[in-house]
Write a protein that binds this ligand. Structure first.
Ligand code: ADP
Ligand code: ADP
Length: 227
């Protein structure tokens, strides 16, 4: 059963017809619990693609649907992780990850707190729940951002170069920690990265976008033994 379907999707930022669209003609299906990585040169339209799936950006051509329904704005069942985690500096790590729940429902339960602690533990942040964001390294802050997105339990998680500010060793460690979390809590994931190594480590499928705006060059199936 497809979770996310894109049919002839494209977007132009510039209405001037002599300027080519940022992306065009994208047909793509994301299946349940599939981890798809998107790679491609800078400016080829990866972020535009992700923002159209998220509902943050309305495609100027084609249609995006999630669970068979057209996407017409941001939705609760789609989580997003950006390159910078933008944690609230005056809240502890635990309160930061619980913040969206609080914001949405006005409160969170003991069960939510327990789940937050479990996810922080799995992300290697078990002993940092009471710390403030500025006491954590960049890598740890990025993990906090991922836990925060996961705590809302979205069916679909979109990640736009979440690790690009981190060094190679840290990226690899976070990659392994994430794999542990996916095993326990599978998600449909679309993951933009500059790193082929990261795509190969994490993804079931790699989508290669070409330099020509928006054209999908190839779909390479990556079949990897999981650690
Ligand atoms: P990528 O994520 O692969 O680097 P983007 O989706 O960010 O690519 O950008 C695709 C193209 O759209 C680029 O040519 C970029 O300059 C252009 N673009 C992206 N965002 C905007 C915007 N907000 N306004 C105008 N043009 C944009
Ligand atoms: P980076 O510092 O490159 O972002 P990580 O976030 O993976 O990398 O952190 C590397 C290791 O350093 C972690 O395993 C963690 O134990 C330790 N560490 C990082 N920041 C702190 C801190 N503020 N206090 C204690 N240990 C830390």
């Amino acid at each position: 059963r497809p979770f996310v379907t894109l049919t002839g999707v494209g977007h132009r930022y510039d209405p001037n017809p002599s300027v080519p669209p940022a992306v065009t003609g994208i047909d793509l299906v994301l299946r349940r619990h599939e981890f798809v990585a998107v790679v491609g040169p800078s400016g080829c339209g990866k972020s535009t693609l992700l923002r159209m799936i998220s509902g943050l950006l309305k495609p100027s051509e084609g249609a995006v649907s999630v669970f068979g329904r057209p996407v017409d704005g941001p939705r609760d069942d789609v989580g997003i992780v950006f390159q910078k985690p933008t944690l609230l500096p005056w809240l502890s790590v635990r309160r930061n990850v619980l913040f969206p729940l609080k914001h949405k429902f006005g409160r969170y339960s003991k069960g939510d707190e327990k789940r937050a602690d479990e996810l922080l533990e799995m992300a290697g942040l078990g002993s940092f729940a009471e710390k403030m964001p500025d006491e954590l390294s960049g890598g740890m802050q990025q993990r906090v951002g991922i836990v925060r997105a996961l705590l809302l339990n979205p069916d679909i998680l979109l990640m736009d170069e979440p690790f690009s500010a981190l060094d190679a060793m840290t990226r690899e460690q976070i990659g392994f920690d994430l794999l542990k979390i996916w095993e326990e809590q599978p998600k449909t994931v679309l993951f933009i990265t500059h790193s082929i190594a990261e795509a190969v480590l994490l993804a079931d499928r790699v989508l290669v976008m070409s330099k020509r705006p928006g054209t999908v060059l190839d779909m390479i199936e990556v079949d990897l033994p999981r650690p």
